[in-house]
Write a protein that binds this ligand. Structure first.
Ligand code: NAP
Length: 334
């Protein structure tokens, strides 16, 4: 079966090789993968930026959807033919994140899913929402669950103002969930055409962070000088200070990404405004299932920017690297 591997770091080295067909052990399932979606993290893994000491070769990518082919003798929760997504962390069922759960992250700590067949834990799969295609469902495990975690853990978005950064995978899901749950969304982007798309999808207002570098001021103006209730922070060190300035007293910043590279951060405004800064590492299976209930109830369809084939795996990564996308980049596998 075809499997993508990172034999050494660098996108040029990414290779598609043949590997033996897997069989399920106790507590495991084999999934015939139909589609895989890419995350910025996968690009970092391939480049060697995610964990430079990662043992190689490594199968990249965390996000897949497919059909269960076979299950271990003791597995009762899943059966052949079920349409499933893998969970980002194979061992995080519920509750707060543990070290052992973090060490079960697909395509990082352990081999990932960019292959025609994968072995997953029976507890590490969730049913695909019925109205979604495999390509759509493949976009959910990392970006969507992360956005869901940021918006719903210890926070009720209804009636609140949420600031989103850019229009990549996490932010577009956050836009869809936040509007479905009754929040007012402010969004930034480096491109006006993407801002227009975000407004068409329900964002209340948008600003181009290239043309308006003090977008924190803009966000405060949009809230009558008060500041937003929550920032879904995907920029990281280079945007965090402005995110804190954009947030109201007693508000929250969900710290998710590292897109902006290096930067400095003055912690004083954080404490003077009593802001909660919460680090997020995707989410649990329970969060995934709760999110799927909302996706089904609101008939939410993930936004797919482009779908690539097996022969275009490197191109798919380059497309993500180019940051021209809006929403998710998918590889059709099955
Ligand atoms: N902690 C976690 O569990 C977790 C989970 C998922 C993702 N992440 C991280 O979150 C970040 C986003 O991931 P993703 O998969 O959504 O990435 P992505 O799809 O590659 O998103 C890239 C987009 O982000 C926007 N962007 C880039 N630099 C920016 C900046 N300085 N300020 C504001 N927006 C900027 C751009 O949108 P525009 O063209 O519209 O400007 C760009 O197209 C990454 O750092 C990723 O590693 C973390």
């Amino acid at each position: 079966m075809r499997t993508a591997v990172v034999p050494q770091f660098g996108l040029d080295h990414l290779a598609v090789i043949e590997r033996p067909e897997p069989t399920p052990g106790p507590g495991q399932v084999v999934v015939a993968v139909k589609a895989v979606s890419l995350n910025y993290r996968d690009l970092m893994v391939v480049r060697g930026q995610y964990n430079p000491r990662m043992p190689l070769p490594r199968v990249p990518c965390s996000d897949c959807a497919g059909e269960v082919l076979a299950v271990g003798d003791d597995v009762l929760s899943v059966k052949p033919g079920d349409r499933v997504c893998g969970t980002f962390m194979q061992n995080w069922a519920d509750g707060s994140l543990s070290e052992s759960a973090a060490k079960s992250a697909l395509g990082g700590a352990i081999d990932g899913v960019l292959a025609e067949k994968v072995v997953l834990n029976a507890g590490g799969v969730v049913p695909v929402p019925p109205h979604l295609s495999f390509a759509e469902a493949a976009t959910l495990p990392c970006a969507a669950v992360t956005a869901w975690n940021a918006l719903t853990t210890d926070f009720n978005p209804a009636g609140k103002t949420v600031l989103l950064q850019g229009t990549g995978g996490v932010s577009v899901f956050a836009l869809q969930f936040a509007t479905a749950l009754g929040a007012k969304v402010l969004i930034t982007s480096g491109r006006d055409d993407k801002l227009k798309r975000a407004l068409d999808m329900g964002a209340a207002a948008g600003v181009n962070y290239q043309q308006t570098p003090d977008w924190d001021k803009w966000a405060r103006q949009q809230t009558g000088g008060v500041g937003v209730d929550l920032v879904v922070e995907v920029g990281g060190a280079g945007t965090l200070e402005r995110s804190v300035k954009a947030t109201r007293h007693g508000g929250r910043v969900a710290l998710i990404g590292v897109l902006s590279g290096a930067g400095t951060f003055d912690p004083l405004p954080l404490l003077m405004k009593g802001i909660t800064l919460r680090g997020i590492f995707v989410g649990s299976r329970a969060m995934f299932e709760a999110m799927n209930t909302t996706i089904t109830r609101h008939a939410i369809r993930p936004v797919i920017d482009r779908v690539f084939g097996w022969d275009e795996v490197k191109e798919a990564f380059r497309h993500l690297e180019g940051a021209g996308h809006f929403g998710k980049v998918v590889v059709n596998v099955g």
